[in-house]
Design a binder for this molecule. Structure first.
Ligand code: ZN
Length: 187
């Protein structure tokens, strides 16, 4: 298993500190979570490329019915990982829209919906509006907050249609160990 989470601070090993002040991830605010998420994503990009070929695929698609991302390569078998749709980014307007607001009939938006519930409780305004202005990096960061809280391992921008990308999270938990990956954590 790679990308393990620290049992004390509940952050991915890539961003937990060796001294581990153990500020539990569930107590952090959205801005701090967003920064940590970006740090993690930037740090593991090369590892996910080397280990899983993510970034070298011929195509990648989000299977909403099965809740998984499927990467296909020029050679070798496809890679399938448990995934969730967190939002969509509309390039022309620079708008990020949360998956929970899209009325999609799929279990692949469960994490997005749980993030909304938690955000209502904590009064995180950017996470309870259906859509809001964002740069690509901000779309990545917001999706990354869902990644951290659900203890997933990566964020992916998936081309959906002209002018629109989906932002998804994926989990590599249990891959190669013969166990099924399941969402977990705080969402
Ligand atoms: Zn830690």
């Amino acid at each position: 298993m790679i990308e393990a989470y620290c049992p004390r601070c509940r952050l991915p090993r890539s961003v937990h500190r060796p001294s581990c002040p153990a500020t539990h991830v569930a107590r952090l605010g959205p801005d701090r979570l967003a920064r940590l998420a970006l740090e993690h994503v930037d740090r593991v990009a090369l590892r996910h490329l080397e280990r899983w070929g993510i970034g070298r695929e011929r195509e990648v698609a989000l299977d909403l019915d099965r809740g998984r991302l499927v990467w296909r390569f020029e050679e070798g078998p496809a890679l399938r990982l448990p995934a969730q749709l967190i939002g969509a980014y509309h390039h022309a307007d620079g708008l990020f829209r949360w998956a929970w607001s899209m009325a999609l009939d799929t279990p692949a938006t469960v994490v997005s919906t749980r993030l909304r519930t938690l955000s209502l409780r904590r009064r995180w305004p950017a996470f309870v509006q259906p859509s809001l202005p964002a740069t690509h990096r901000e779309a990545l960061a917001r999706t990354g907050v869902a990644m951290l809280l659900s203890r997933a391992h990566g964020v992916l921008e998936v081309p959906f249609s002209t002018g629109c990308s989906w932002y998804a999270i994926y989990s590599v938990r249990g891959q190669g160990a013969g166990r099924s990956g399941r969402p977990g954590g705080h969402l």
